[in-house]
Design a protein around this ligand. Sequence first.
Ligand code: 13P
Length: 365
Amino acid sequence: MTTYFEYPNAELQKELTGIANALIAPGKGILAIDEPPGTLGLRFAAVGAENTEDNRRKYRQLLFTTSPQLGKMISGVILFHNTVYQKADDGTPFVELITGQGIIPGIKVDKAFVPLMGSEGENTAQGLDDLAQRCAQYKKSGCHFAKWRSALKIGTNTPSYQAIIENANVLARYASICQMNGLVPIVEPDVLMDGEHDLERCQKVTETVLAFTYKALQDHHVFLEGTLLKTNMVTPGKSCTILVTPEEIAAATVTALSRTVPAAVPGVVFLSGGQSEEEATVNLNAINRCTAARKPWALSFSYGRALQASCRKAWAGKEENVQRAQVELLQRAAANSLASRGRYDPGSVAGAAKNMDLFVKNLQY
Ligand code: 13P
């Protein structure tokens, strides 16, 4: 084994650190709106909106024109490829609209999941082959960070060694390619909520997955200060009958992270993973108040469903609802901004879909 290594040069380290730190600025989190057309279509169908190319553009325009206030609570947005190159009705490129509010554009770069042979329905993601070229192009187009999601399922025999090590390595290869091209990689191992497992099992699986992930990142000389972790909170499975409190979720989550995530990582931005809007806010709040273990990183949000459900419900695909939908987005962003500082008062923010169940079985994205 050789211990030769080469981290990025000082200039690139400074650039990556600057982006990562801006993404976890106090009171700010990330808005994940990188749903591919099919996934967004399912979410549109749930609120009666038609899934056309222009409706998807209009919906994103609604988000980007919410209010200059949004940039005080949202540090970055994760985009799907097409959105990077779209424009608002008045011809302003979306990237310009986003950047003008002090929000950093980011890009989802993982492609479709493919099955792992011999596994119990486990998978890995495609997308490494042309990743360097795509990252270079996205950087030129104004994106400064990227996201790659791996999904791991808890079952009697899963996640398997095969799935854990493969996904850890893919995440490490992705992260190193991003950094070579000036993009901060958001590393996203997502231990799914699907299943009957209890809190303890989720905690142990999360610890194992994170430990493998950081070993792989080290093996690939990934510059940790220029990365963020996006992962699941430690919760019981969706079908588990044992109820737990936000404080128990917080203690299990913070303990799992403290055992596995190096202090050099500047921040952890959680995915909502099927929690309702209010659950995701209350649990993030509890995590930030939790004293069960040391927390050397910022702990914030990178929510998709839990930031958009009320907004999308209020919009319902109708022009006349745009302003109401924007108010919903702003309110939910404000609630999560408070939660990222541990200052949210549970139940204090209303929402058209605040308690709606947002769980999707075996989410592919
Ligand atoms: P959810 O918050 O809806 O889980 O999505 C976040 C995300 O970006 C998943 O990759």
